[in-house]
Design a protein around this ligand. Structure first.
Ligand SMILES: [Zn+2]
Ligand SMILES: [Zn+2]
Length: 82
């Protein structure tokens, strides 16, 4: 009976631990990009910074995909970003 109790305890500890680590990596991945203007953490797909309202992405004139405004050319079709 003691062994069964230990296995259940280990399982609970494992479940709590794995849930916590999932939460952490999820939030870190969503907020690893910084605004080039104010340094505020932003999500990868944000078009405008929620803090300083600066434009982060604009539509490529060649293919219409949203690309980072600081890039000099489009990584999808190589059109110059002006
Ligand atoms: Zn900003
Ligand atoms: Zn393009």
């Amino acid at each position: 009976m003691i062994l069964v109790g230990m296995i259940i305890f280990a399982l609970i500890v494992y479940l709590i631990y794995s849930e916590d680590s999932n939460k952490c990596t999820c939030e870190m991945e969503n907020a690893r990009v910084k605004c080039y203007n104010c340094g505020h953490l932003i999500k990868d797909d944000f078009i405008y910074c929620p803090k300083c309202k600066v434009e982060l992405k604009e539509k490529c004139k060649g293919c219409g995909k949203f690309i980072n405004i600081t890039w000099r050319n489009c990584p999808y079709c190589n059109a110059p970003n002006v």
